[in-house]
Unconditional design. Structure first.
Length: 96
């Protein structure tokens, strides 16, 4: 399984994490990275997002928004990135 991997014990991927770049002032979108995994933790996803943002910034891309689906793990991920989504607190839907 995989490129030049001769190990039969390799864990089979159950999920795909895709980073998609979508233009806000034009009609295009392009995948900029994907990871086939058997599962990633919040810290691992957070690290991948920060790495992706850094690499995009280094190429001159200005990322203004990140979109997630409504999975509960993504709420943990947003908190891990520094977003405050608790409605009892002052909303801070961004991170630095």
């Amino acid at each position: 399984m995989g490129a030049n991997v001769d190990v039969d014990e390799s864990t089979v991927a159950k999920e795909a994490l895709v980073f998609m770049l979508v233009s806000i002032n034009s009609n295009w979108k392009v995948p900029v990275g994907y990871f086939l995994t058997a599962g990633l933790g919040v810290d691992q996803k957070s690290s991948l997002i920060r790495t992706c943002l850094t690499l995009l910034q280094e190429t001159g891309v200005n990322v203004i928004s990140i979109t997630f689906d409504g999975l509960s793990t993504n709420f943990s991920l947003m908190t891990n990135l520094g977003c405050q989504i608790n409605t009892d607190l002052q909303l801070k839907p961004y991170f630095r």
